[in-house]
Design a protein around this ligand. Structure first.
Ligand code: TMP
Length: 217
């Protein structure tokens, strides 16, 4: 659907372990692109549409053992479908740059690899119900111990995945690094352990280069 001929905008995603600074970087990237006069739709997963935000609460709150990896896979995919129909596809169709904090790569790594060995099922559901990939994905890579401490300092109730512990975050980091190597054309591995502004400048430069590449087509 959104990747079809009607899609005019550019779809960018940020991925990484919990506490890797994606949300801050998504905000900074949106501001950088808006200052270049571009129309930007910033959004996030799970969530990004009213129905998907309701599903989000089911997924990120409560005890770690609340859902199996299989049930999570179905819930994340259901949330993504609603988000795609109601937010992402319309924004791309009107020519906006969509900046999404997490997308299908999170499911590939969290449910497909770290929570359970469900990569084949994840890919099948993605092909059946989602069917689009970002033009460019920034994979924010950093030490899980530093990231976990950052995430815990945030407060709030959304700690279900962080509560799965340090080994889990180390598996996620390895998974995201492997994913970046699996999709070298669209993934850029970013050293997110650096100063926030340095990271933001690198991401903005890569996004602007991708946009000028699209414009030249
Ligand atoms: P967030 O804290 O980045 O908003 O994401 C919420 C949590 O949901 C985070 O711990 C990662 C997890 N997650 C998955 O396990 N699978 C997914 O497909 C997505 C989008 C997020």
């Amino acid at each position: 659907m959104a990747g079809g001929p009607a899609a005019k905008g550019l779809f960018l995603t940020l991925e990484g372990i919990d506490g890797s600074g994606k949300s801050t970087q998504a905000r900074r990237l949106a501001a950088a692109l808006e200052s270049e006069g571009l129309a930007v739709q910033r959004t996030r997963e799970p969530g990004g549409s009213p129905g998907a935000e309701e599903i989000r609460r089911l997924l990120v709150e409560g005890p770690a053992g609340r859902w199996s990896a299989e049930t999570e896979l179905l819930l994340f995919t259901a949330a993504r479908r609603d988000h795609l129909e109601r937010t992402i596809a319309p924004a791309l169709a009107r020519g906006a740059v969509v900046i999404c904090d997490r997308f299908a790569d999170s499911t590939r790594v969290y449910q497909g690899l770290a929570r359970g060995a469900l990569r084949a099922e994840t890919d099948r559901l993605h092909a059946a119900f989602i069917g689009i990939e970002p033009a460019l994905t920034f994979v924010l890579d950093m030490d899980p111990e530093v990231a976990l401490a950052r995430g815990r300092a945030r407060g709030g109730a959304e700690h279900r995945f962080e509560a799965m512990g340090s080994d889990f975050q180390h598996r996620l980091r390895a998974g995201f690094r492997a994913l970046a190597a699996e999709f070298p054309d669209r993934c850029r591995l970013i050293d997110a352990g650096r100063d926030e502004t340095e990271v933001a400048e690198e991401i903005a430069a890569l996004a602007l280069a991708a946009l000028s590449g699209e414009a030249a087509r």
